[in-house]
Design a binder for this molecule. Sequence first.
Ligand SMILES: *Cc1c(COP(=O)(O)O)cnc(C)c1O
Length: 391
Amino acid sequence: MSKKPWEFETKAIRNQSKRTESREHSVPLYLTSSFVFEDAEQARALFADEIPGNIYTRFSNPNNTEFVEKICALEGTEDGIATASGMSAVFTTFAALLKTGDHILVSRSVFGSTHQILTMILPKWGITHTYVDIASPETWEAAILPSTKLCFVETPSNPALDIIDLEWLGKLCKKHNILLAVDNCFATPYLQQPVKFGADLIIHSATKFIDGQGRAIGGVVAGPKSIIKDIRFFARHSGPSLSPFNAWLLSKSLETLAVRMDRHCKSALEIAEWLETHPKVEKVIYPFLPSHPQFELAKKQMKLGGGVVSFIVKGGIEKGRDFLNALEMLSHSANLGDTRTIATHPASTTHSKLTDAERAAVGILPGLVRISVGLEHPEDIKADISQALNA
Ligand SMILES: *Cc1c(COP(=O)(O)O)cnc(C)c1O
Protein backbone atom coordinates (compact mmCIF):
# COMPACT_ATOMS: atom_id res chain seq x y z
CA MET A 1 0.00 0.00 0.00
CA SER A 2 1.51 3.31 -1.01
CA LYS A 3 1.11 6.05 1.55
CA LYS A 4 1.17 9.77 0.79
CA PRO A 5 4.25 11.28 2.46
CA TRP A 6 3.38 13.54 5.37
CA GLU A 7 3.45 17.30 4.97
CA PHE A 8 5.73 19.49 7.12
CA GLU A 9 3.17 20.17 9.89
CA THR A 10 2.26 16.51 10.21
CA LYS A 11 5.89 15.37 10.37
CA ALA A 12 6.58 17.93 13.11
CA ILE A 13 3.75 16.47 15.18
CA ARG A 14 3.55 12.78 14.32
CA ASN A 15 7.25 11.82 14.24
CA GLN A 16 7.40 10.54 17.80
CA SER A 17 9.47 7.95 19.58
CA LYS A 18 7.74 4.66 20.35
CA ARG A 19 5.35 4.48 23.26
CA THR A 20 6.44 2.66 26.40
CA GLU A 21 4.26 0.05 28.09
CA SER A 22 2.37 2.94 29.73
CA ARG A 23 0.95 3.84 26.27
CA GLU A 24 1.46 7.60 26.87
CA HIS A 25 0.09 9.89 24.16
CA SER A 26 2.74 12.58 24.65
CA VAL A 27 6.32 11.30 24.77
CA PRO A 28 7.57 11.25 28.39
CA LEU A 29 10.77 12.80 29.72
CA TYR A 30 13.61 10.29 30.13
CA LEU A 31 15.64 11.71 33.00
CA THR A 32 18.20 8.93 33.20
CA SER A 33 21.97 9.13 32.94
CA SER A 34 22.41 5.58 31.73
CA PHE A 35 20.50 2.57 30.39
CA VAL A 36 20.66 -1.02 31.62
CA PHE A 37 22.01 -3.88 29.53
CA GLU A 38 20.01 -7.06 29.23
CA ASP A 39 23.14 -9.18 29.23
CA ALA A 40 26.87 -9.03 28.61
CA GLU A 41 26.48 -9.75 24.92
CA GLN A 42 24.06 -6.83 24.43
CA ALA A 43 26.45 -4.49 26.27
CA ARG A 44 29.31 -5.60 24.03
CA ALA A 45 27.26 -5.20 20.85
CA LEU A 46 26.00 -1.75 21.85
CA PHE A 47 29.52 -0.51 22.54
CA ALA A 48 30.73 -2.05 19.29
CA ASP A 49 27.97 -0.15 17.41
CA GLU A 50 26.70 -3.45 16.05
CA ILE A 51 23.15 -2.75 17.25
CA PRO A 52 21.33 0.55 17.82
CA GLY A 53 20.31 1.54 21.33
CA ASN A 54 20.99 3.76 24.27
CA ILE A 55 24.00 3.34 26.54
CA TYR A 56 24.58 6.62 28.32
CA THR A 57 22.85 10.00 27.94
CA ARG A 58 26.06 11.77 26.86
CA PHE A 59 25.85 9.54 23.73
CA SER A 60 22.10 9.33 23.19
CA ASN A 61 18.76 9.47 25.00
CA PRO A 62 15.22 8.85 23.69
CA ASN A 63 14.30 12.56 24.05
CA ASN A 64 17.38 13.71 22.13
CA THR A 65 16.78 11.09 19.46
CA GLU A 66 13.18 12.20 19.01
CA PHE A 67 14.20 15.85 18.70
CA VAL A 68 16.93 15.04 16.16
CA GLU A 69 14.65 12.77 14.12
CA LYS A 70 12.03 15.50 13.88
CA ILE A 71 14.64 18.05 12.76
CA CYS A 72 15.97 15.61 10.15
CA ALA A 73 12.44 14.98 8.84
CA LEU A 74 11.83 18.73 8.57
CA GLU A 75 15.20 19.67 7.05
CA GLY A 76 15.32 16.65 4.73
CA THR A 77 18.58 15.25 6.14
CA GLU A 78 19.58 11.68 6.97
CA ASP A 79 21.01 12.18 10.43
CA GLY A 80 21.93 14.72 13.09
CA ILE A 81 23.04 15.37 16.63
CA ALA A 82 21.57 17.63 19.31
CA THR A 83 23.88 19.92 21.26
CA ALA A 84 23.64 22.01 24.41
CA SER A 85 23.44 25.30 22.51
CA GLY A 86 23.60 26.77 19.02
CA MET A 87 27.23 27.71 19.65
CA SER A 88 28.14 24.18 20.70
CA ALA A 89 26.59 23.02 17.40
CA VAL A 90 28.82 25.49 15.50
CA PHE A 91 31.97 24.68 17.49
CA THR A 92 31.41 20.91 17.43
CA THR A 93 31.02 21.01 13.64
CA PHE A 94 34.26 22.99 13.19
CA ALA A 95 36.22 20.92 15.71
CA ALA A 96 35.01 17.58 14.36
CA LEU A 97 35.63 18.28 10.68
CA LEU A 98 38.71 20.52 10.60
CA LYS A 99 42.37 20.06 11.42
CA THR A 100 45.45 22.26 11.59
CA GLY A 101 46.07 23.94 8.24
CA ASP A 102 42.44 23.83 7.11
CA HIS A 103 40.64 26.92 5.92
CA ILE A 104 36.97 28.05 6.15
CA LEU A 105 35.21 30.41 3.75
CA VAL A 106 32.68 32.48 5.74
CA SER A 107 29.97 34.98 4.81
CA ARG A 108 31.01 38.18 6.58
CA SER A 109 27.80 38.67 8.47
CA VAL A 110 27.72 35.92 11.10
CA PHE A 111 26.56 35.67 14.69
CA GLY A 112 28.84 37.45 17.20
CA SER A 113 30.04 34.28 18.98
CA THR A 114 30.66 32.51 15.66
CA HIS A 115 32.92 35.44 14.79
CA GLN A 116 34.73 34.99 18.13
CA ILE A 117 35.29 31.26 17.47
CA LEU A 118 36.67 32.03 14.00
CA THR A 119 38.94 34.88 15.04
CA MET A 120 39.96 34.05 18.62
CA ILE A 121 39.66 30.28 19.13
CA LEU A 122 40.29 28.36 15.88
CA PRO A 123 43.58 30.19 15.16
CA LYS A 124 44.99 28.51 18.31
CA TRP A 125 44.87 25.27 16.32
CA GLY A 126 46.03 26.78 13.05
CA ILE A 127 42.58 26.80 11.41
CA THR A 128 42.11 29.93 9.32
CA HIS A 129 39.19 31.63 7.61
CA THR A 130 38.41 34.27 5.00
CA TYR A 131 35.37 36.51 5.19
CA VAL A 132 33.59 37.17 1.92
CA ASP A 133 30.89 39.71 1.12
CA ILE A 134 27.52 38.95 -0.37
CA ALA A 135 27.71 42.18 -2.37
CA SER A 136 30.60 40.75 -4.42
CA PRO A 137 29.88 37.09 -5.21
CA GLU A 138 32.72 37.00 -7.76
CA THR A 139 35.24 37.24 -4.88
CA TRP A 140 34.06 33.99 -3.30
CA GLU A 141 35.57 31.64 -5.85
CA ALA A 142 38.83 33.63 -5.77
CA ALA A 143 38.97 33.24 -1.98
CA ILE A 144 38.85 29.42 -2.15
CA LEU A 145 42.23 27.90 -1.27
CA PRO A 146 43.47 24.34 -1.77
CA SER A 147 43.08 24.02 2.04
CA THR A 148 39.45 25.24 2.07
CA LYS A 149 37.36 22.42 3.58
CA LEU A 150 34.21 24.19 4.64
CA CYS A 151 32.03 27.11 3.63
CA PHE A 152 29.93 28.50 6.49
CA VAL A 153 27.10 30.98 5.93
CA GLU A 154 24.17 32.51 7.74
CA THR A 155 21.09 33.40 5.67
CA PRO A 156 19.18 35.50 6.58
CA SER A 157 22.03 36.93 8.62
CA ASN A 158 21.76 38.28 12.15
CA PRO A 159 20.94 41.20 12.39
CA ALA A 160 21.44 42.74 8.91
CA LEU A 161 19.14 40.15 7.24
CA ASP A 162 21.40 39.60 4.23
CA ILE A 163 20.25 36.82 1.95
CA ILE A 164 22.76 34.48 0.31
CA ASP A 165 21.90 32.69 -2.93
CA LEU A 166 21.99 29.09 -1.72
CA GLU A 167 21.55 27.52 -5.16
CA TRP A 168 24.55 29.45 -6.52
CA LEU A 169 26.63 28.70 -3.44
CA GLY A 170 25.67 25.02 -3.41
CA LYS A 171 27.01 24.69 -6.97
CA LEU A 172 30.20 26.62 -6.18
CA CYS A 173 30.93 24.38 -3.18
CA LYS A 174 30.26 21.19 -5.18
CA LYS A 175 32.58 22.40 -7.95
CA HIS A 176 35.42 22.86 -5.44
CA ASN A 177 34.55 19.86 -3.30
CA ILE A 178 33.92 21.97 -0.20
CA LEU A 179 31.31 21.18 2.44
CA LEU A 180 28.59 23.79 2.75
CA ALA A 181 27.22 24.46 6.26
CA VAL A 182 24.26 26.81 6.71
CA ASP A 183 23.22 28.39 10.02
CA ASN A 184 19.47 28.19 9.38
CA CYS A 185 18.48 29.75 12.69
CA PHE A 186 16.57 32.76 11.35
CA ALA A 187 14.58 30.87 8.72
CA THR A 188 13.92 27.57 10.53
CA PRO A 189 13.17 24.52 8.33
CA TYR A 190 9.64 25.82 7.88
CA LEU A 191 10.78 28.79 5.79
CA GLN A 192 13.87 27.36 4.12
CA GLN A 193 15.45 23.93 3.65
CA PRO A 194 19.02 24.60 2.49
CA VAL A 195 19.62 20.92 1.65
CA LYS A 196 17.30 21.40 -1.36
CA PHE A 197 19.84 23.92 -2.71
CA GLY A 198 22.89 21.74 -2.16
CA ALA A 199 23.88 22.46 1.47
CA ASP A 200 25.54 19.57 3.29
CA LEU A 201 25.11 20.58 6.92
CA ILE A 202 22.37 22.53 8.67
CA ILE A 203 23.08 24.18 12.00
CA HIS A 204 20.50 25.60 14.36
CA SER A 205 20.38 27.53 17.52
CA ALA A 206 17.20 25.81 18.73
CA THR A 207 17.07 28.48 21.42
CA LYS A 208 15.39 30.87 19.00
CA PHE A 209 12.29 30.11 16.91
CA ILE A 210 12.52 26.33 17.42
CA ASP A 211 11.90 26.67 21.15
CA GLY A 212 9.93 29.78 20.35
CA GLN A 213 8.99 30.49 23.93
CA GLY A 214 12.18 31.85 25.44
CA ARG A 215 12.70 28.89 27.78
CA ALA A 216 15.53 26.66 26.65
CA ILE A 217 19.03 26.81 25.18
CA GLY A 218 19.79 24.13 22.60
CA GLY A 219 21.30 23.39 19.22
CA VAL A 220 21.39 20.81 16.47
CA VAL A 221 23.53 19.85 13.47
CA ALA A 222 21.89 17.85 10.67
CA GLY A 223 23.33 16.35 7.49
CA PRO A 224 24.30 13.15 5.69
CA LYS A 225 25.13 10.05 7.76
CA SER A 226 28.69 10.01 6.40
CA ILE A 227 29.49 13.46 7.87
CA ILE A 228 27.37 13.27 11.01
CA LYS A 229 29.28 10.07 11.89
CA ASP A 230 32.45 12.13 12.43
CA ILE A 231 30.59 14.88 14.30
CA ARG A 232 28.91 12.27 16.51
CA PHE A 233 32.29 10.68 17.31
CA PHE A 234 33.66 14.06 18.38
CA ALA A 235 30.52 14.91 20.39
CA ARG A 236 30.27 11.52 22.05
CA HIS A 237 33.75 11.88 23.54
CA SER A 238 33.88 15.63 24.14
CA GLY A 239 30.36 15.89 25.62
CA PRO A 240 28.39 18.89 24.25
CA SER A 241 25.14 16.89 24.59
CA LEU A 242 21.73 18.51 24.97
CA SER A 243 19.98 17.76 28.27
CA PRO A 244 17.01 15.37 27.91
CA PHE A 245 14.78 17.99 29.52
CA ASN A 246 15.62 20.58 26.89
CA ALA A 247 15.32 17.98 24.12
CA TRP A 248 11.87 17.06 25.41
CA LEU A 249 10.84 20.75 25.46
CA LEU A 250 12.23 21.38 21.98
CA SER A 251 10.46 18.35 20.51
CA LYS A 252 7.15 19.67 21.84
CA SER A 253 8.02 23.13 20.49
CA LEU A 254 8.51 21.76 16.98
CA GLU A 255 4.89 20.59 17.00
CA THR A 256 3.78 24.23 16.84
CA LEU A 257 6.63 25.63 14.69
CA ALA A 258 4.56 26.06 11.52
CA VAL A 259 1.66 27.92 13.13
CA ARG A 260 4.00 30.08 15.16
CA MET A 261 6.16 30.97 12.14
CA ASP A 262 3.09 31.82 10.05
CA ARG A 263 2.06 34.36 12.69
CA HIS A 264 5.59 35.69 13.37
CA CYS A 265 6.06 36.31 9.64
CA LYS A 266 2.62 37.83 9.03
CA SER A 267 3.05 40.30 11.90
CA ALA A 268 6.69 41.04 10.97
CA LEU A 269 5.73 41.93 7.39
CA GLU A 270 2.88 44.12 8.62
CA ILE A 271 5.21 45.93 11.06
CA ALA A 272 7.99 46.28 8.46
CA GLU A 273 5.57 47.85 5.95
CA TRP A 274 4.22 50.20 8.61
CA LEU A 275 7.71 51.22 9.82
CA GLU A 276 8.77 51.97 6.25
CA THR A 277 6.24 54.84 6.18
CA HIS A 278 7.11 56.11 9.67
CA PRO A 279 8.65 59.61 9.70
CA LYS A 280 11.05 58.78 12.58
CA VAL A 281 12.54 55.79 10.75
CA GLU A 282 15.40 56.15 8.30
CA LYS A 283 15.46 52.65 6.85
CA VAL A 284 13.74 49.30 7.33
CA ILE A 285 15.32 45.96 6.51
CA TYR A 286 13.08 42.93 6.01
CA PRO A 287 13.64 40.19 3.40
CA PHE A 288 10.07 40.28 2.03
CA LEU A 289 9.96 44.07 1.56
CA PRO A 290 10.47 45.01 -2.12
CA SER A 291 13.05 47.58 -0.88
CA HIS A 292 15.31 44.75 0.36
CA PRO A 293 18.24 44.39 -2.09
CA GLN A 294 17.73 40.61 -2.28
CA PHE A 295 13.92 40.64 -2.26
CA GLU A 296 13.63 38.43 -5.38
CA LEU A 297 16.14 35.94 -4.02
CA ALA A 298 14.43 35.87 -0.62
CA LYS A 299 11.12 35.10 -2.37
CA LYS A 300 12.80 32.32 -4.32
CA GLN A 301 14.39 30.46 -1.43
CA MET A 302 12.17 31.32 1.56
CA LYS A 303 8.50 30.54 2.12
CA LEU A 304 7.96 33.74 4.17
CA GLY A 305 10.18 36.62 5.29
CA GLY A 306 10.92 35.52 8.86
CA GLY A 307 10.16 36.97 12.28
CA VAL A 308 12.92 39.58 12.53
CA VAL A 309 12.74 43.17 11.32
CA SER A 310 15.74 45.52 11.60
CA PHE A 311 15.47 49.27 11.27
CA ILE A 312 17.48 52.42 11.68
CA VAL A 313 16.05 55.15 13.84
CA LYS A 314 16.61 58.69 12.53
CA GLY A 315 19.16 60.45 14.73
CA GLY A 316 21.71 57.65 15.11
CA ILE A 317 22.83 55.93 18.28
CA GLU A 318 21.36 58.52 20.68
CA LYS A 319 17.86 58.21 19.22
CA GLY A 320 18.26 54.44 19.03
CA ARG A 321 18.98 54.31 22.76
CA ASP A 322 16.11 56.72 23.54
CA PHE A 323 13.81 54.41 21.59
CA LEU A 324 14.86 51.34 23.59
CA ASN A 325 14.56 53.20 26.91
CA ALA A 326 11.06 54.43 26.03
CA LEU A 327 9.62 50.97 25.24
CA GLU A 328 6.87 49.93 27.66
CA MET A 329 5.64 46.54 26.46
CA LEU A 330 8.41 45.25 24.19
CA SER A 331 11.21 43.48 26.06
CA HIS A 332 14.70 44.89 25.81
CA SER A 333 16.65 41.65 25.72
CA ALA A 334 19.36 39.82 23.78
CA ASN A 335 17.26 36.85 22.62
CA LEU A 336 15.00 36.43 19.61
CA GLY A 337 12.34 34.05 18.39
CA ASP A 338 10.19 34.35 21.52
CA THR A 339 6.40 34.70 21.85
CA ARG A 340 7.22 38.11 23.37
CA THR A 341 8.42 40.84 21.00
CA ILE A 342 12.04 41.69 21.77
CA ALA A 343 14.03 44.80 20.82
CA THR A 344 17.82 44.59 20.72
CA HIS A 345 20.57 47.09 19.97
CA PRO A 346 23.18 44.83 18.30
CA ALA A 347 26.01 47.40 18.22
CA SER A 348 26.15 47.63 22.02
CA THR A 349 25.15 44.03 22.88
CA THR A 350 25.29 40.91 20.66
CA HIS A 351 27.87 42.39 18.26
CA SER A 352 29.73 44.66 20.73
CA LYS A 353 32.93 42.58 20.49
CA LEU A 354 33.36 43.56 16.85
CA THR A 355 35.34 46.68 15.98
CA ASP A 356 33.48 49.69 14.51
CA ALA A 357 34.90 48.83 11.09
CA GLU A 358 33.82 45.17 11.38
CA ARG A 359 30.31 46.24 12.38
CA ALA A 360 30.10 48.74 9.51
CA ALA A 361 31.20 46.01 7.08
CA VAL A 362 28.25 43.82 8.08
CA GLY A 363 25.69 46.61 8.08
CA ILE A 364 25.38 47.02 11.86
CA LEU A 365 25.07 50.79 11.98
CA PRO A 366 25.05 52.48 15.41
CA GLY A 367 21.32 53.31 15.13
CA LEU A 368 20.25 49.80 14.03
CA VAL A 369 17.54 48.22 16.17
CA ARG A 370 16.54 44.57 15.76
CA ILE A 371 12.97 43.62 16.51
CA SER A 372 12.08 39.97 16.94
CA VAL A 373 8.37 40.17 16.32
CA GLY A 374 6.44 38.07 18.83
CA LEU A 375 2.96 36.61 18.89
CA GLU A 376 1.18 39.46 20.68
CA HIS A 377 -1.50 41.27 18.64
CA PRO A 378 0.35 43.30 15.97
CA GLU A 379 -1.61 46.46 16.86
CA ASP A 380 -0.23 46.33 20.41
CA ILE A 381 3.32 45.86 19.10
CA LYS A 382 2.90 48.81 16.74
CA ALA A 383 1.39 50.97 19.48
CA ASP A 384 4.43 50.46 21.73
CA ILE A 385 6.92 51.03 18.91
CA SER A 386 5.01 54.14 17.89
CA GLN A 387 4.97 55.71 21.38
CA ALA A 388 8.68 54.88 21.87
CA LEU A 389 9.62 56.44 18.51
CA ASN A 390 7.69 59.59 19.42
CA ALA A 391 8.95 59.81 23.01
C1 LIG B 1 21.67 32.83 18.78
C2 LIG B 1 22.34 32.41 17.57
C3 LIG B 1 23.40 31.48 17.62
C4 LIG B 1 23.90 30.91 18.93
O1 LIG B 1 22.97 30.07 19.55
P1 LIG B 1 22.93 29.79 21.13
O2 LIG B 1 21.82 28.81 21.26
O3 LIG B 1 22.69 31.09 21.81
O4 LIG B 1 24.25 29.20 21.51
C5 LIG B 1 23.98 31.10 16.42
N1 LIG B 1 23.58 31.62 15.24
C6 LIG B 1 22.59 32.53 15.16
C7 LIG B 1 22.18 33.06 13.82
C8 LIG B 1 21.93 32.96 16.32
O5 LIG B 1 20.96 33.88 16.22
